[in-house]
Write a protein that binds this ligand. Sequence first.
Ligand code: RB5
Length: 149
Amino acid sequence: MFAFNQMIAIGSDHAGFEMKEYLVNNLEKEGYHFQDFGTDSEESVDYADYIHPLAKSIDKGSIEKGIILCGTANGVAMTANKYRNVRAAVCWNEQVVILSRQHNDANIIALPARFISCEEALTLVRLFFSTNFEGGRHERRVQKISDIL
Ligand code: RB5
């Protein structure tokens, strides 16, 4: 469950920049705190340059959860999921968000900025941080994701 003193990692490429700013501006008013890994404008960049440092901070445990954005969410999720302790879930509707937390214990929400609105993104992020992992049989399944690494 989200604690209001918890630091959240956020990062995007140019395609996700506007939505990233929208989320930070709105959620800071609600008490969320962010470490912003960039990018800082709509100038074209390579998403991996911003997502590797963010994912490393979650992998080593210095930040617990994060939000990443690009046009489709796929590039940022693929990058983040290279790290053993990262479970980045591509999320485009409320049910997918809920299940990503309940069943997969996702620790990063990956948002497709070119396919959902800023208002939808805000709703999805709030839901992500207010939904708990169910544990039980899912604990074993989540464990097996990284067993091979
Ligand atoms: C950038 O044009 C776009 O390729 C990127 O934001 C993302 O969708 C890649 O997966």
